[in-house]
Design a protein around this ligand. Structure first.
Ligand SMILES: C[S@@+](CC[C@H](N)C(=O)[O-])C[C@H]1O[C@@H](n2cnc3c(N)ncnc32)[C@H](O)[C@@H]1O
Length: 279
């Protein structure tokens, strides 16, 4: 398969799937590699033959969609965002919860192999959670790729995934198993991994913190982004926070959200209430 054929194929199939080329420009080669493997499995000569095959086999779209899932992640990806969560966002949510009662509810949408929800759990338990004894952080972590969730449940990673983890936290939260670093039991508890395509099913809210980074607002096309933002908003708690990727922008419909320091952390104000002084 040539580069040109791969790009041409993506320009054809991405819009049909509600995805956008701009999101795939940098990572399209890994999708093309998966498509090449699929062609080989089907014994098809080239992408033109594959396109004809898809047009005759509607169920093949699920394979194309799966090939377009980008699994890139790492622990504490974009550290500054986690610092903001530790310093301002989580303490603020915790104080509100102390008054109202109940656990802090978080959702990591598109959790890949678990790096993001484990990071959040480690952050809470070794950071602000120590100032709020007894306050639980419940994390729902969902992804559309079952093989990534299997990896997430195993919870063991190569050193490269941990590059942004502060050294002392790495020693506290991980144990070595040969070349791998495995998340210790206390940092696994409180996380539920669930297989779900967020475009089709949304979990029951309300969530105090919604991590939706490097998924919807990178890969989905404009119409799907706007639709998803409205649906995400509907499962957020009043006063809840939405975190997107460092280079992502909220689409049409963002008017209700207030950016902290210009983004990528957004607060959904309580109805009729302005942001508090520590926002
Ligand atoms: C690039 S990774 C981002 C992982 C993590 N959020 C981060 O920022 O490091 C995108 C993840 O979103 C998942 N994903 C893509 N579309 C999805 C959907 N419609 N529903 C649930 N997960 C999805 C992919 O399988 C992949 O694991």
């Amino acid at each position: 398969m040539t580069e040109r054929d791969g790009v041409g194929f993506l320009h054809w199939c991405l819009p049909i799937l509600g995805l956008r080329w701009a999101g795939y420009r940098r990572v399209h080669r890994q999708v093309c590699k998966r498509l090449a493997r699929r062609l080989a499995a089907l014994r098809l000569a080239d992408l033109a033959a594959y396109r004809a095959y898809i047009e005759g086999h509607n169920e093949e779209w699920a394979e194309v969609e799966a090939a377009c899932l980008i699994p890139i992640s790492r622990f504490f990806r974009d550290r500054a965002v986690f610092d903001l969560l530790a310093d301002r966002v989580l303490p603020k949510i915790a104080r509100r919860k102390q008054a109202a009662g109940g656990a802090i509810r978080c959702w990591s949408l598109g959790c890949a192999s678990g790096e993001e929800p484990y990071s959040l759990n480690i952050l809470w338990k070794l950071g602000p959670g120590r100032r709020f004894p007894g306050m639980a952080l419940d994390i729902l972590a969902s992804d559309a790729a079952p093989h990534l969730l299997a990896r997430a449940r195993r919870g063991c990673y190569g050193a490269g995934s941990l590059k942004e983890v502060p050294a002392s936290w790495r020693d506290e939260a991980f144990e070595r198993q040969g070349p791998l670093y495995c998340v210790k039991a206390p940092f696994r508890s409180g996380i539920a991994f669930v297989h779900a395509d967020a475009s089709r099913t949304l979990p029951e809210g309300p969530f105090d913190l919604l991590m939706c980074r490097n998924v919807v607002f990178t890969y989905f096309d404009a119409a799907r982004q706007a639709d998803m933002l409205a649906r995400l908003r509907a499962v957020m708690a009043p006063g809840g926070y939405l975190v997107v990727g460092r280079k992502e922008e909220l689409p049409v419909g963002r008017e209700e959200f207030e950016a902290l320091d210009g983004g990528p952390v957004y607060r959904l104000p309580c109805r009729g209430g302005a942001a508090g002084p520590d926002d």
